[in-house]
Design a protein around this ligand. Structure first.
Ligand code: CS2
Ligand code: MG
Length: 417
């Protein structure tokens, strides 16, 4: 086969030239930033670029500093594009940069899938499983309400459920919805102030899980998110107290900047640990993974530099028996979710995928082909990642500034939210 034949079958360099790239900001209930890349042959690819509460920083990084570099480049050179944007920018890593790089990377993988006529999981190496085990978010103002909510998820077919409950004496605990609406933390233009009390929290959580096991039995997988609120020794105590209830994982038990802290947790408990939704580089998790201080790595596609970089993290994690458990809150758009699910379908060391339900408006703006069946999300066979954007509809939902809450201790000092 000569070069000319190869080029006709797979798109010539000229066909693959990037002729347009634009950033779409929309707020169908919450803000999303999306990058859309178009090639000369008319193929388009989408990448999520949403960084909750700091959306416009990424939009500007892309529009002002990345898009001018994309025009005229070969959309097929995905690896080179990644290195160009990472090494070439001189300023590496960080959530804004890595989210912007992820958007380009995912859009290019989407285009590659469309060029090949293949779903993304096939490009990565094909299926390792039929569907991706997902966990949903049950929460309640008290234990009673939380156990009812867990029951509802089990009835819907969920095999794994994250459970959070209100903390008596704490006005706004993390993860608890208000007014019957789904939990959505970025609720106001300026950060809502919450007050935190660790002893009260440490008192209630084991009681919640004792009750959940009594009500729902041993089979359902249960998870819990501490959301960075504890010191290492407090986290160790909670992890130990929760051992009898066999959690699938305890998440973000302590802020992960202090990685030695995880040694302390490990020394005292065999509760599985998950970390990494705020990481953005393999360098953030290298120590935790190679020292086997965690069991699940949560860094997902949109905040971790795209498929190209997260694949490196997953392969490195596999060497150390660490599995993936990607972040999947509603502030990651369906574009990220679609790409993550293709990754989950392929990656050998898959653990679980978080799945919070997007609003109907969001699902209409981002039509997609993944479906929930028997506790798992299943990707379709649409070429690429299978998620599109309805730009006309997106334009009807203009950006609305919203920030995440903050937490203070009762004496007014700042704490980790
Ligand atoms: C949470 C997130 O889903 C999770 O595990 O930690 O909801 C997190 O609070 C948000 O993504 C913040 O934007
Ligand atoms: Mg979390």
């Amino acid at each position: 086969m000569n070069t000319a034949t190869i080029e006709t079958r797979h798109g010539s360099t000229r066909d693959r030239e990037i002729v347009d790239a634009k950033v779409i900001v929309t707020c169908p209930g919450r803000n999303f930033v999306t990058l859309k890349i178009t090639t000369r042959s008319g193929l388009t690819g989408l990448g999520d670029a949403t960084l909750n509460g700091r959306e416009l920083a990424v939009a500007s990084y892309l529009t002002d500093h990345v898009v001018p570099n994309l025009i005229g480049r070969d959309a097929g050179r995905i690896e080179d594009m990644w290195q160009f944007l990472h090494r070439g920018a001189y300023w590496r890593r960080g959530p804004v940069t890595m989210t912007a790089i992820a958007a380009v990377d995912v859009a290019l993988w989407d285009i590659l899938g469309k060029m090949a006529g293949l779903p993304l999981y096939q490009l990565l190496g094909g299926r390792s499983r039929e569907g991706a085990l997902v966990y949903g978010h049950a929460n309640g103002r008290d234990i009673e309400e939380a156990t009812d909510e867990v029951g509802k998820y089990i009835e819907k077919g969920f095999l794994a459920v994250r459970a959070q409950c209100g903390v008596p004496g704490v006005k706004k605990a993390y993860g608890i919805s208000v007014g019957g609406k789904p939990y959505e933390p970025a609720e106001s233009e300026l950060p809502a102030e919450t007050v935190w009390n660790t002893p009260k929290y440490l008192n209630i959580v084991p009681k919640l899980f004792e009750r959940l096991r009594a009500d729902h039995g041993p089979d359902v997988e249960l998870l819990h998110d501490v959301h960075h609120r504890l010191t290492p020794i407090e986290a160790a105590r909670l992890a130990r107290d929760l051992e009898p209830f066999r959690l699938f994982w305890l998440e973000d038990a302590t802020p992960a900047e202090n990685q030695k802290g995880f040694e302390l947790i490990r020394k005292h408990s065999v509760t599985a640990l998950a970390v990494g939704e705020v990481f953005n580089s393999i360098w953030d998790c290298k120590h935790l993974i190679e020292n086997q201080l965690i069991d699940y790595i949560r860094t997902t596609i949109v905040h971790g530099g795209g498929i190209t970089h997260v694949r490196r993290i997953a392969d490195f994690a596999a060497l150390h028996a660490v599995r993936t458990g990607f972040h999947g809150a509603t502030d990651l758009s369906p574009v990220c979710m679609g790409a993550a699910l293709h990754f989950d379908t392929w990656v050998p060391n898959f653990g679980i995928q978080e799945w919070m339900f997007h609003s109907d408006e969001t699902n209409e703006v981002f039509p997609h082909d993944y479906v929930f069946r028997n506790g798992r999300l299943h990707v379709g066979d649409t070429p690429g990642h299978g998620v599109d954007i309805d730009e006309k509809l997106a334009a009807r939902f203009p950006y609305a500034p919203k920030q995440l809450p903050i937490a203070r201790l009762e004496d007014g000092a700042m704490w980790d939210w």
